[in-house]
Design a binder for this molecule. Sequence first.
Ligand code: AHM
Ligand code: MG
Length: 336
Amino acid sequence: HAADAHRTDLMTITRYVLNEQSRHPESRGDFTILLNHIVLGCKFVCSAVNKAGLAKLIGLAGETNVQGEEQKKLDVLSNEVFIKALISSGRTCILVSEEDEEATFVEPSKRGRYCVVFDPLDGSSNIDCGVSIGTIFGIYAIKDDHEPSLDDVLQPGKNMLAAGYCMYGSSCTFVLSTGNGVNGFTLDPSLGEFILTHADMKIPKKGNIYSVNEGNAKNWDGPTARYVEKCKFPTDGSSSKSLRYIGSMVADVHRTLLYGGIFLYPADKKSPNGKLRVLYEVFPMSFLMEQAGGQAFTGKQRALDLVPKKIHERSPIFLGSYDDVEEIKALYAAVP
Ligand code: AHM
Ligand code: MG
């Protein structure tokens, strides 16, 4: 029975990546090992996030501090877990984390060829009210035989080998692309394994949801303002779009990927480069969107073509369904 086979033949994320890698004869399993360490970090964060409310009540971890300190602690804790897991994988050479001002250069004896850029716990201001948060990451590889330097990570997003996120929500979901489509895995807590649940994810060509912090509207530029106005008061006879904004990038992007539509974090007068960070927020999400058949645009160019000059650089971002991003591109193109 096909249905039985489905239930007994579990496609874990490790098995999936091993299959993928076997298409590359030169592969030595390094990528699989690296990914396993990222997955370990995500499982740790998942467990810590699930206990966060409880910890506050009965004092599980970091019990000595009160008044919102847990929040901060969870960020820092997650970062430490990822940094240590990534170094101990023996497959990394440079790590860039949202939590650390400077990049981490792995000591030669533990070095490998991968660079990992990541936000260990994005949207952490949402922890206390139980809203979904996530980890976002991207992976580059250095060219053989040279001393790792920042130039190895100051690369356009299109040079990433892989990107993904893990969402800590009502279930724990890991979405990954190794440049060959997008696949989603859900953590089975009883097995401690991520199982393939969303094979070959494709974003709808057009959606009916827009997602933006409208509180910033008074500071928007013309094209962003016109776009959002069109979402609410369409002039082409189409129906108006729904607004959904969680304020947690992983959750907003995950919904956009599944249901279609557009996510915007535009420039505004106060923050001319928007809020989101190029390396570990904009690039991985843009990579996933393109791999799922959508688009990602900065207001000036394809997001993945951007070449960052600094590791914590920011950029405006518009990403989502192909047709919806096409519309915002047209509005920006119309401005001289
Ligand atoms: P953080 O890295 O400090 O958590 O901020 C990033 C978050 C994103 O998850 C989210 O898309 C955005 O900030 C929301 O910002 P705002 O509250 O300005 O709408
Ligand atoms: Mg962040």
